[in-house]
Each structure stands twice: as structure tokens, then as C-alpha cells.
Design a protein around this ligand. Structure first.
Ligand code: XMP
Length: 513
């Protein structure tokens, strides 16, 4: 049976991915496509409904994104949001003007609850607004279904053509009953049945991987991170021992991490696959000796990874498929041509060129991060692995300032383990975007038990962020910081000071290198 789908057409708004997530949370599969999608592609996708996102433009700008006029005649229900609502009104003969008063933030809105979009919503509700233009004249055949004192057409609809539009953003959490509105759209207006569930995704993915791979050989670079772990388990469930996972332990992992990965994916773990662990710490430390420049360190770590992987791949022989843990935000970023500059150095980009293979498989390319986590749990991967915070490919190499030595790695591993333990104990682990200990290259004088010390300063970092492009330092409770600091100086040999990094990004970066 074909899976039903709602398409989000991206007009440049910042919430395009969020809309897709919200629709999926309603149990309906949803994808984001550029607003310039061709009509035949759109017809082929056969969506049950279409949502136009917001966007920064005014419909009267020369450059403002448009969609093809015929979309409105396909008979597919459409919901326009913010710019998308104005575009719908404008293209169908209404008028859009600069509003006398702009509205930003939480706004009281009166809605007509007989309208299908607002069924079950309170007639006076709070919605999230962010606009300077508004619909000044409603297109023929449309009625006004919501208003605010300064925005008389805060929502409009033409139920006969199943066209709906809201000036506000139902996808944003601050729109109190936004979820209800989106549910109304996908179920009551588009007539979806709601067949998107994680267990059915996992089942369908396993079946389609089996069909595709047949008797073929599959190779996967396992980092122990969430995405590659979930991809590996999915593949192992699909093709068992036809899969080989190569895990390179570069000696720059967190404390015990190499063994944890091995206990899950190795021969004593629950999964059927071939697992190769390459203990390359010595080799890395050797290559990194005396190197202090951050980019140089990154380059060495990346190059060495590719070299090791290449050696292993040669030993394994030709493979048919190479697995990559690409997830949906990566796909959207590249697919829509938006910049991914900050991320380019993050991914292990060189792998495909060193492995002899027929095709790349990306089993998670349609999932958001939280969905990858759900799939991981569904597949029985331990929760501590599934909920791991992001950990950079170059590992502690980007958390040690100056030369990397075995001793420094030990210090940062110990300090970081204490920090993570205490953050979890304080119940803060799920609230923070990322948190870790780093080792500054500074040594200073201290006093411990009547003796002079000359030891390193550890820096603690904790940030809140939604996209990792910008971040602000988290305001950790003072008692937690004091306790962590005491434990680190008492328990970690070679440390006599602990500093907390209050810098945001920008001007800092999240990592500390
Ligand atoms: P920065 O330090 O650039 O980090 O503010 C932003 C996010 O990216 C992660 N990061 C990396 N991830 N390989 C990765 O897989 C890398 O080389 C890399 N460098 C940074 C960082 O942990 C944060 O989540």
C-alpha cells in the first residue's frame, strides 16, 4: 500500500522543517520540497495535502518565491502559512498590503470554530504572529475565518476548493492550539488516515533494505554516535552477517566509549554483524605529536581515519554497498542549496572515494534526529546510546588546546566523565544542547595539602542551542558547578583549576580547540 504523504513547499521560512516534524507528529508522513518543484513531480508525489511555509519576502518583491499557478487547480488541499497565506491570497486575486501595525509574538486571535481548520479550537486563542504585510482584500470565493484587532483577515478559507490560509504560525509551540489546527488540516481536510508510525517505518525499511541488497555485501563506518549506530542496527536486522562495521578507535573517544561501542556491536553484543575494531590510538598520538595548530590537528585526524578505513576496506575486499548515516536535515540542507559551510568539515566526506562499492545506502535519510532516536529505541538499542549528545568526529582532538598527548587525553576523559555524571545526577542532561569538559593549554600555580602545584586548568562548557549554528552558554546551577569543580581537582591528577566558559557562539564556537 502506498504511504500517504503531505508535502511542505519551502518559501524560505525558518520553520519549514518544523512544519514537517509537526505533521509527522500527527502520524502523517511529510517531506519538504522547494517551492519551485515542477508540477509533474508534484503530481507524481501524489500528496494528500500541501502546506506553503512562511518566508521573509513580500509577495510584491520581484525576487519573491512563487509557485506554479496550476497548483491551486489540482484539487489537492492547501494550507498557506504566513507568507504562504499571503501568496495564496495574492495569486488568487486578493490584495496584500503592508499592515498598519506589524504583529510579532504571542497574539490573541478570534477564530470561527465552524471552519474545519478550527474545529475544536477555542474561539479566542493565542497564536504566534510574525508579519509586516497582511491580506487586505480576500480573494473571491474565500471567507474570513480568524481575525485580530489589527489583522482583520488572520485566517481565510475556501472550503469548496479545500484552500486554507493562516497569517499566524500553527507549527510554533507558542500557538496554543496549533497542533489541533494541523491535525484538523491533515485529517479533516486532507482526509489522511495517519499511517506514519515508527514501528511501521522500521519494518518497511528492513524489508526494502533486504529487497535492495539481496545477497550483496555491505560496509558501514561505525562511530558509536546515534546516526551510524541506528543505521548499523537497521542493516544488521535486514541482512545480518552480510554487513561489516568498521569502528576506528582513534584514542580520542570519551572515557570507556570504545569498550561501550564494542559491548553493543561486538561479538558479545546482541546484533548479528561482522564487527572490526581498529585500535589506532598509538598511531594517532604518533601522528599528532608536536602539532598545535587546530586545523592541522583536524586534518591529521581526518586523513588518518580515511587511511585506516581504506586499509580495512582493502582487507574486506570489494563491497556492494556503503552505508552512510545521513539524516533528513542534511538532505534538506544540500537539496535546497542552503549553506552548510559550518558543517562541511564535520562529516567524514572522503569515505566514498576510498572504497570500491556499487551504491551508497542512506537508510535514515528521511528521518529527523528525534525520529532517528525513536527508531533506535524501536530497534532495541540501549537508551544511553540513543540519547547520547552529539560528539564530534575528531573527538577529544577538538577539546584539547595545544599539543595532544596521551596524558592530556586521560585528563580530559576523567574530567569529562565526572562532569557528565554530575550533570545527569542533577537531572540536567536532557535540557542541555551539549556539555563537556575541555583541556586548556594553561598551567598555573596552585596549592594542595601544603604543596605547591603547577597543573592544568580544565574548562567546562555547557550550551543551549536548537541548531548548533548559534548557541548560548547555559546558566548551570552554582552548586552543581562547585561540586563538579571540587570533584575534578580532587580526583583528576594534573588539574588544579576548573573554569566555566560563559562564551556564546558567536563569538566562540561550541567546541573548544
Ligand atoms: P562548533 O564547534 O563548530 O560545533 O560550534 C557545532 C557542532 O558541530 C559539532 N562538531 C563536529 N561534529 N565533526 C563532527 O561530527 C567535526 O569535525 C565537528 N566539529 C564540531 C560540535 O560538537 C557541535 O555539536
Amino acid at each position: 500500500m502506498k504511504q500517504e504523504m503531505v508535502l511542505v513547499l519551502d518559501f524560505g521560512g525558518q520553520y519549514n522543517q518544523l512544519i514537517a516534524r509537526r505533521v509527522r507528529e500527527c502520524g502523517v508522513y511529510c517531506e519538504v520540497k522547494p517551492s519551485t518543484i515542477r508540477l509533474d513531480e508534484l503530481r507524481a508525489a501524489d500528496p494528500k495535502g500541501i502546506i506553503f511555509t512562511g518566508g521573509p519576502n513580500s509577495v510584491y518583491d520581484e525576487e519573491s518565491p512563487r509557485c506554479s499557478r496550476e497548483i491551486f487547480d489540482l484539487g489537492i488541499p492547501i494550507l498557506g502559512i504566513c507568507y504562504g497565506s499571503q501568496l495564496m491570497a495574492y495569486m488568487l486575486g486578493g490584495q496584500v498590503k503592508t499592515a498598519p501595525v506589524s504583529e510579532y509574538g504571542r497574539t490573541k486571535v478570534h477564530v470561527e470554530t465552524e471552519d474545519k481548520l478550527f474545529a475544536g479550537v477555542s474561539s479566542d486563542t493565542v497564536c504566534w504572529m510574525s508579519h509586516t504585510d497582511y491580506i487586505a482584500e480576500v480573494p473571491k470565493g474565500f471567507g474570513i475565518t480568524a481575525s485580530t484587532p489589527v489583522c482583520p483577515a488572520a485566517a481565510i478559507s475556501c472550503p469548496q476548493r479545500r484552500l486554507y490560509a493562516t497569517q499566524f504560525h500553527p507549527e510554533v509551540m507558542h500557538t496554543k492550539q496549533g497542533e489541533r489546527m494541523l491535525r484538523n488540516f491533515v485529517y479533516e481536510i486532507c482526509g489522511c488516515a495517519g499511517d506514519w508510525k515508527m514501528d511501521s517505518f522500521v519494518e518497511a525499511a528492513i524489508q526494502s533494505l533486504r529487497d535492495k541488497i539481496g545477497e550483496g555485501k555491505v560496509l558501514c563506518a561505525l562511530s558509536g554516535g546515534v546516526d551510524s549506530s541506528v543505521a548499523a542496527v537497521l542493516l544488521s536486522k535486514a541482512v545480518g552477517k552480510q554487513l561489516t562495521c568498521v569502528f576506528v578507535d582513534h584514542g580520542l573517544l570519551r572515557k570507556n566509549e570504545g569498550d561501550e561501542v564494542e559491548s553493543v556491536f561486538g561479538p558479545d553484543g546482541p546484533y548479528e554483524l561482522n564487527f572490526i575494531r581498529v585500535d589506532a590510538a598509538e598511531r594517532y598520538y604518533e601522528r599528532l605529536r608536536g602539532v598545535t595548530e587546530p586545523e592541522e590537528k583536524r586534518k591529521i585526524i581526518g586523513e588518518e581515519f580515511i587511511r585506516i578505513f581504506e586499509e580495512e576496506a582493502r582487507r574486506i575486499g570489494a563491497v556492494d554497498f556503503l552505508v552512510q548515516g545521513t539524516i533528513y536535515p542534511d538532505v534538506i540542507e544540500s537539496g535546497l542549496g542552503q549553506s552548510a559551510v559550518i558543517k562541511s568539515h564535520h562529516n567524514v566526506g572522503g569515505l566514498p572515494s576510498v572504497v570500491d562499492f556499487r551504491e551508497i545506502i542512506e537508510p535514515l535519510r528521511m528521518l529527523f534526529k528525534d525520529e532517528v532516536r525513536k527508531a533506535g529505541l524501536e530497534l532495541g538499542i540501549p537508551a544511553y546510546l540513543v540519547y547520547r549528545q552529539p560528539f564530534p568526529g575528531p573527538g577529544l582532538g577538538v577539546r584539547i588546546v595545544g599539543e595532544i598527548t596521551e596524558e592530556k587525553v586521560r585528563i580530559v576523559q576523567e574530567a569529562d566523565a565526572i562532569y557528565r555524571e554530575e550533570i545527569a545526577k542533577a537531572g540536567l542532561d536532557q535540557d542541555l544542547g551539549q556539555y563537556f569538559a575541555a583541556l586548556t593549554n594553561m598551567r598555573s600555580v596552585g596549592v594542595m595539602g601544603d604543596f605547591r602545584t603547577y597543573d592544568y586548568a580544565v574548562a567546562l562548557r555547557a550550551v543551549n542551542t536548537s541548531d548548533f549554528m548559534t548557541a548560548e552558554a547555559a546558566q548551570l546551577p552554582w552548586e552543581v558547578l562547585m561540586h563538579v569543580s571540587n570533584r575534578i581537582v580532587n580526583e583528576v591528577k594534573g588539574v588544579n583549576r576548573v573554569l566555566y566558559d560563559c562564551t556564546g557562539k558567536p563569538p566562540g564556537t561550541i567546541e573548544f580547540e
